[in-house]
Design a protein around this ligand. Structure first.
Ligand SMILES: Cc1ncc(COP(=O)(O)O)c(C=O)c1O
Length: 331
């Protein structure tokens, strides 16, 4: 049986999740009348200690709405150089919002407060682009699922308050950070003005993300979402999958993390360097490694010519992780 380690977005809804979706109570969500969506939004806002939340089809849309609530056209957001918002959203923040970005570089995607403080540009009237937001990603996808320590986020919050800048968190995998560290979701929420979270990664829902923030930011995002074509109707069918995932698939992320460490060890890496469910394996022969793994029934993704990425998720059992580890160990 093939073990697919290319991404945690590949999961398929379980029969129980499908049942929850089929039985969901629904209404027209553009009218604000879908009870399942409303309940999910309320629940997620409360989990992070924020006032409100907005259901979106994708994490990319949640990020665009979230960052746009902090940074206007002609202003800039600072982020790490391999952040998803900078590398993988196809320029949406510039193209749609009209903001610019400058980046600091960290091999593990971490907060570098010295670099941020040095780049920060206050309002200089008609002379320079003004920094109005800083964005961080936890866990950090392209940095191999690295967790950002809560103390670094608290320090960023304190610095941001001292200069009057807002903070965005791309929390597509904040669930993994929470399970790996035990830090309550609300403590992550307290460090930022606005965040995005995804239900369709490790949690295993087929679709769905949320932007989380103040009532005012969410009200504005609701208008922007509609403008972008993201006003959905009886979408409680999808929100029900997210609620089901939060009920049943959150704590089990610890299994994914253990499986990732097993795979890292099989690839000759120190498992202690793997924080969550993503393993980046440096390989000069990345293409051959991918082909060799495929021949052994294991799908892995190249990250450029010299690295390979393995991601564990709901559809990889312990037995499959062990099977994949045996194949990868031989390579
Ligand atoms: C860190 C991070 N943020 C945002 C996204 C965007 O999510 P979506 O694919 O739902 O647009 C992803 C997708 O993999 C991601 O890894």
């Amino acid at each position: 049986m093939t073990v697919d380690l290319r991404s945690d977005t590949l999961t398929r809804p379980t029969p129980e999740m499908r049942r929850a979706m089929a039985e969901a109570e629904v209404g027209d969500d553009v009218y604000g009348e879908d009870p399942t969506v409303l309940a999910l939004q309320r629940r997620v806002a409360e989990l992070f200690g924020h006032e409100d939340a907005l259901f979106t089809p994708t994490g990319s849309m949640a990020n665009v709405l979230a960052v746009a609530s902090l940074v206007a056209a002609g202003q800039e957001v600072l982020c790490e150089a391999s952040a998803h918002i900078a590398r993988a959203e196809l320029g949406a923040h510039g193209a749609i919002t009209g903001l610019t970005m400058r980046t600091w570089r960290h091999p593990r995607g971490q907060v570098d407060l010295d670099a941020i403080a040095e780049m920060y540009a206050p309002d200089m009237g008609p002379f320079f682009v003004r920094t109005t937001g800083v964005s961080v990603e936890n866990t950090h996808n392209f940095a191999g699922g690295a967790v950002l320590p809560i103390d670094d986020l608290r320090a960023l919050r304190a610095w941001a308050d001292s200069v009057g800048v807002s903070v965005h968190l791309d929390g597509a995998r904040i669930w993994n950070a929470h399970v790996a560290t035990g830090v309550p979701l609300a403590e992550y929420g307290a460090c930022v003005d606005v965040l995005s979270v995804c239900l369709s990664k490790g949690l295993g829902a087929p679709v769905g993300s949320l932007m989380v923030g103040s009532s005012a930011a969410v009200a504005e995002a609701r208008v922007r979402r509609k403008r972008m074509g993201g006003g959905m109707r009886q979408v409680g069918i999808l929100a029900a999958a997210g609620s089901y995932a939060l009920d049943h698939h959150l704590e089990r992320l610890a299994d994914d993390h253990a499986h990732a460490r097993l795979l890292a060890e099989a690839c000759g890496l120190d498992p202690a360097t793997v924080d969550t469910n993503i393993v980046v394996v440096p390989r000069d022969d990345a293409a051959d490694f991918v082909a060799g793994a495929r021949a052994g029934g294991v799908l892995v993704a190249p990250v450029g010519p010299r690295a390979v990425r393995l991601v564990t998720h709901l559809d990889v059992s312990r037995e499959q992780a062990e099977q994949a580890a045996a194949v990868l160990r031989r390579l």
